[in-house]
Write a protein that binds this ligand. Structure first.
Ligand SMILES: [Zn+2]
Length: 201
């Protein structure tokens, strides 16, 4: 089979294959499933895509995505205004929200520093983070960034930048995942866990 590039089904597969976690093979399977289940999947997906593309906006305050700006997190008055949790992407905000561990507000950087890719401080949402901290009663900034080299570089950059007497700057602990067995850990995680060991109660 040599489908032409203009074939609608091939085009649909090509687009689906670009999604994270899907390659051409999974893209084909997903496309077929969607096409076969017109009422349950195809039509609702079509409506959802239209809605999403028309309504989603970026929060002017924290750079989260929502249908309102400021977003539903920034406008939630039950949160603790003394805490701002800084994350790389919206997916990180979602993960932390699922954990329920942070009761404060968020700030999405939109990435991390990476000299090779040309991502400097100006490419990230750092200016408005500084502004938010100065204009609000913030007493703690949690730098919830990845344990990658770029994530850690960004963390050091931000902790130097935001350093002042009134603010506690914290970072996530790295170590053994809950339920994790030692011999399954990679060397870096195990080393971090040993380096950041704490006293037993
Ligand atoms: Zn927001």
């Amino acid at each position: 089979m040599a489908p032409s590039e203009k074939n609608e089904i091939e085009n649909f597969i090509r687009l689906l294959s670009k999604l994270p976690g899907l390659g051409p093979r999974s893209g084909r399977r997903a496309a077929l499933e969607i096409i076969k289940r017109k009422d349950q999947l195809l039509t609702p997906l079509r409506e959802s895509f239209i809605e999403i593309s028309e309504k989603i906006i970026v929060c002017e305050n924290c750079n989260n995505i929502d249908v309102i700006s400021p977003c539903s997190i920034c406008t939630d008055v039950r949160r603790d205004e003394s805490i701002i949790c800084v994350v790389e992407e919206v997916s990180d905000l979602w993960a932390i929200e699922r954990s329920g561990a942070v009761k404060g507000y968020y700030h999405i950087l939109g990435g991390v520093l990476n000299a090779l890719d040309g991502i400097g401080p100006d490419q990230l949402h750092i200016n408005n983070l500084n502004k938010r901290i100065k204009e609000n009663q913030v007493s703690e900034v949690i730098l919830a960034l990845s344990a990658t080299i770029d994530g850690q570089t960004t963390m050091h950059y931000l902790s130097d930048l935001l350093q002042n007497d009134k603010i506690r700057i914290s970072k996530l602990a790295h170590g053994i995942p809950v339920g994790g067995e030692l011999d399954y850990l990679d060397d870096g995680t195990l080393m971090q866990a040993i380096v950041s060991r704490t006293n037993t109660d």
